[in-house]
Design a protein around this ligand. Sequence first.
Ligand SMILES: Cc1cc2nc3c(=O)[nH]c(=O)nc-3n(C[C@H](O)[C@H](O)[C@H](O)COP(=O)(O)OP(=O)(O)OC[C@H]3O[C@@H](n4cnc5c(N)ncnc54)[C@H](O)[C@@H]3O)c2cc1C
Length: 462
Amino acid sequence: MTDSPDSNVYDLVILGAGSGGYAAALRAAQLDLSVALIEADKLGGTCLHRGCIPTKALLHSAEVADTIHDSASFGINSSFEGIDMGTVNSYKDGVVGRLYKGLQGLVKAAKNIDYITGWGKLVAKDAVEVDGTVYKGRNIVLASGSYPRTLPGLEIGGRVITSDEGLQLDTVPKSAIVLGGGVIGVEFASVWKSFGADVTIIEALPNLVPNEDVALSKALERAFRKRKINFATGTRFSGVEQNDDGVVVTTEDGKTFEAEVLLVAVGRGPATEGLGYEEQGVPMERGFVRTNERLHTGVGNIYAVGDIVPGLQLAHRGFQQGIFVAEEIAGLQPAAIVESGIPRVTYCEPEVASVGLTEDQAKEAHGDAIETVEFNLAGNGKSQILKTTGFVKLVRQQDGPIVGVHMIGTRVGELIAEGQLIVNWEAYPDDVASLVHAHPTQNESLGEAALALAGKPLHSHS
Ligand SMILES: Cc1cc2nc3c(=O)[nH]c(=O)nc-3n(C[C@H](O)[C@H](O)[C@H](O)COP(=O)(O)OP(=O)(O)OC[C@H]3O[C@@H](n4cnc5c(N)ncnc54)[C@H](O)[C@@H]3O)c2cc1C
């Protein structure tokens, strides 16, 4: 075992260069702090290589397929010839590759970041060891991310796959069962359906996207029914058998489902095992790293960011936490991140987007002193042009600010930018209603919902 090459003690030693880790590194470098950024696999982590970016590229190809299928209804005659997965994959990999190159350039350009390739282990409260070399840090940032979880007794292999393998398929399965109706599950279901597969989702909880406001869950279920995406909710998985042709899945209520592949999308576990965290006294809970609201573990100068910290497992949460920790270490005393203020987008068709409290959460927080309004996209010109249905739902504290924005419809993910400003700046309906929204945009539907909540609806049908 040797000490860091030049016996340097870094300001930050960061374990893991995914969204959380590299954001911490880049911000720390801007603040003139020295950084050792340690990564066993690829700079960019899950989001760039196996998560957000490749899935959204597939979803875009799926949207193109849907557009061709529907083109005649817009007066454009075209014929759909099929899906060429080879080209879909090279388009997807091209997007990932360009962003990867750009990110490598950013890290390289930051002169005070030493990028270290290799598998690291926390060996002291102020040190990480990689291949026999110890990197000492005045501060340590744990950012080791997450991996696709499975269920007890459900082995991944062959026709039983996770999102990692799902992104690498070189053919479209004729049929697929998706275990889990959360974000990852419904996104894959949406892609495969658009690509022509027969898809069935199995979800143990009563609704699809069960963490969303129940109005969004129900609307997504209606939309999926219309798209002929099958789903069984409130149904628990009990077993799977696979043979040369496919899989047979059984559920606890005695039903069986057959398909070519089974995608296991039951959530992501924290990648913390065997990394020395427990040995150094880092507080853990079901494998996650416990921190206070300033992302400090309570041990030495050890912080944690990203998917290993309990809460929303989202890349932009990781970015923000990484930036926060770098600024905290630099003594800038940044404001703590409010978890409910983090926007959430599910990019299936139709898209689901939300920020802030659901109606049920608002009731828990404020009792009956809340008001809600739904603005139906039927009254929104741009949504009519796009032929999408859906709505914008606002939840406000009575006589108080808007505390939740919930939306469903084609492309509504892009509207979350205003939604998050509304919630995080604690805007009142009148504040939003008095801002002019460009016409015809889908954004207007947020303005319209605020107008309705402010008691002066324009295009709302009661
Ligand atoms: C299919 C899918 C779709 C997704 N879509 C979205 C989306 O649309 N929007 C969104 O916001 N989020 C999305 N996510 C979630 C997002 O990818 C994660 O929230 C994000 O990547 C978490 O960042 P992180 O830095 O915590 O961890 P990761 O990105 O997992 O990075 C951790 C890194 O640490 C490295 N590492 C781990 N252990 C060690 C070690 N011992 N030594 C060295 N290196 C190590 C790993 O190799 C990895 O590169 C998606 C995830 C998946 C799987």
